[in-house]
Ligand binder design. Structure first.
Ligand code: KG4
Ligand code: ZN
Length: 337
């Protein structure tokens, strides 16, 4: 039985996992950041501090488990906002001392990479390695070549903005609230994706890297030229659908190309942007065309969540007994290509 803790950004999440079965996965999103148009690190840490003990009680209650039944703690230690990560890891250390149980520090991105494997029942999805994993969120956009749970390489990453950041910044240009990704998705359903033609940056390069800041700039110039008096609510659906289509085309093309180049029969997508309905639809369609199977995580495992942290800790623990005590620290850094 594992208690998993995730506090790397603006979601406080606690999960209880029985081997790989998720008994509870409580996610509390800090909506306070909407007031500032982005996540404020200092506020994020204080909000985690306010809610973490209460959410832990909730997660235990929902799982019908008491603390003495917990045999280990999994906690996100990198990458993320340092103050936010410290709240989760120190809370984990306090519990570990109190109940004399070990802690497994977890890399948040590893959690995302494997989040599509999490099954709600005891029957696990058995992944067929090697897998190509696209991790797309507000902070990260990268493609991984995954050989097994302990062995993977990053084969492409963004040179500037993450895909979620591009969604959010372009939404802001259209006057939409933060985070804009889900709103672009919503308005795009009402619009024509072929109405405007936006660039697909780096879609034809031979690598698996991305660049989204040029797209944001080109949308800014387009809006100034096309709508000198500002856009109205009626204009948003076509713009949203056209922008979404540009971003998704690049993500899907690069991911499928990676699977072909690396002879991988499976693709898995993860991270907040993997909740995007057009991405979910297109990645399945294009994978199928090339006889590649595609794993799409359940919505609750797309955004930041503790279940994915507990899951990967369990997979690593059961394969290499990689236990740690209390002498670990947190880090803002992601893995480098
Ligand atoms: O993984 P996540 O919850 O947090 C991190 O950034 O780590 O991802 C949040 C990002 C935001 O940029 C948000 O706009 C984007 O995921 N997002 C979406 C959708 N849902 C969330 N982007 C496009 N379409 C969506 N449906
Ligand atoms: Zn994340």
């Amino acid at each position: 039985m594992t208690l998993a803790i995730e506090t790397s950004c603006d979601e406080t999440s606690i999960a209880v996992i029985d081997k790989t079965k998720v008994l509870s996965n409580i996610i509390s999103t800090q909506y306070i950041h909407k007031n500032y148009g982005g996540v404020i690190p200092e506020i994020a840490a204080r909000e985690h501090l306010k809610s973490i003990a209460f959410l832990t009680k909730e997660a235990l209650l929902e799982a019908n488990i008491s603390m003495p039944q917990i045999k280990k703690i999994a906690v996100t230690t990198q990458p993320g906002l340092v103050g936010a990560l410290i709240v989760g890891s120190n809370f984990a250390k306090g519990l570990a001392i109190r109940y004399n149980i070990p802690i497994i520090p977890v890399n948040h991105i590893e959690g995302h990479i494997f989040s599509g494997f999490i099954a709600e029942s005891n029957e696990n999805i058995i992944p067929s390695f090697p897998i190509i994993s696209l991790v797309v969120s507000g902070g990260h956009t990268a493609i991984f070549y995954v050989k097994d749970f302990n062995n993977y390489d990053i084969i492409g990453t963004t040179k500037d903005d993450a895909a979620g950041e591009a969604f959010d910044k372009i939404a802001k240009l259209c006057g939409l609230d933060y985070p804009g990704g889900p709103l672009i998705d919503k308005y795009a359903k009402l619009g024509n994706k072929n109405k405007y033609s936006f660039p697909r940056p780096m879609i034809n390069t031979n690598d698996f890297d991305f660049s989204f800041s040029g797209l944001k700039t080109s949308v800014r110039y387009f809006l100034q030229k096309q709508f000198p008096d500002g856009i109205t609510a009626d204009d948003i659906p076509d713009i949203a659908a056209s922008v979404q289509s540009a971003i998704v085309d690049v993500l899907v093309t690069k991911t499928v190309n990676a699977a072909k180049k690396y002879n991988s029969n499976s693709i898995i997508i993860a991270g907040g942007v993997s909740a995007n309905s057009h991405l979910r639809e297109q990645i399945v369609e294009h994978s199928n065309k090339h006889n590649i199977s595609c794993i799409i995580p359940k919505m609750g495992y797309c955004i930041d969540n503790a279940a994915m942290i507990g899951y990967i800790a369990e997979m690593k623990y059961s394969t290499n007994n990689n236990f740690y005590k209390l002498d670990f620290t947190v880090s803002p850094n992601n893995m480098k290509k």
